[in-house]
Design a protein around this ligand. Sequence first.
Ligand code: ADP
Length: 197
Amino acid sequence: MRLVLVGPPGAGKGTQAALLSRKLAVPHISTGDLFRQHINDRTPLGREAERYLDVGELVPDHITNDMVRRRLAEDDAREGFLLDGFPRTLQQVDVLSDILAENGAELNAVLEFSVPEHIVVARLLSRGRPDDTEDLIKHRQQVYRDETAPLLDSYTGIHVKVHAVGPVEEIAERVLGTIAMPHRTSRAREKPQVRRP
Ligand code: ADP
């Protein structure tokens, strides 16, 4: 199962990804986590990425793409993955399709986590990560709207919108339901191309 999770900062992708990764037995690959790990380990990539995370900007595509390409080449990602936070730009969409094509693989679904903005902002303010100040949150929401949301149009047919407000387990069930029964979602009804697990 190869899934991409898309949603604004604070949509709960990380929480859901951790849960779904256990249920579906595929690795959870979060670009934000990978960057934070590099920053912690003080690697050259971490030092480069840090200045972007600090100000809520996207890390440049070439850095992000190389990191993801290397991660997806690891053994555990061969049969499937939950990609959380990638792609986030149209250029990253192209790179991901190249990587998949090289491996003769396809995405099963692109899950959009839909949450009203006032809820995500409240969640982030209570999370307290260094990039969760009010100004940076606003900025990251803007970056999401400008750079990331438009890429959903690239995934007609496998784009599935999930209402991501409610108890964590319930949202996970909703996600699993849409993957297993794509005809339940309006988008997938138009073009039912989501492959079953
Ligand atoms: P959030 O979704 O709350 O912004 P993430 O952990 O997904 O949290 O991302 C944190 C930061 O990592 C982003 O603000 C950005 O600087 C960087 N980042 C994560 N994924 C990408 C990506 N695909 N491209 C560029 N930068 C990214």
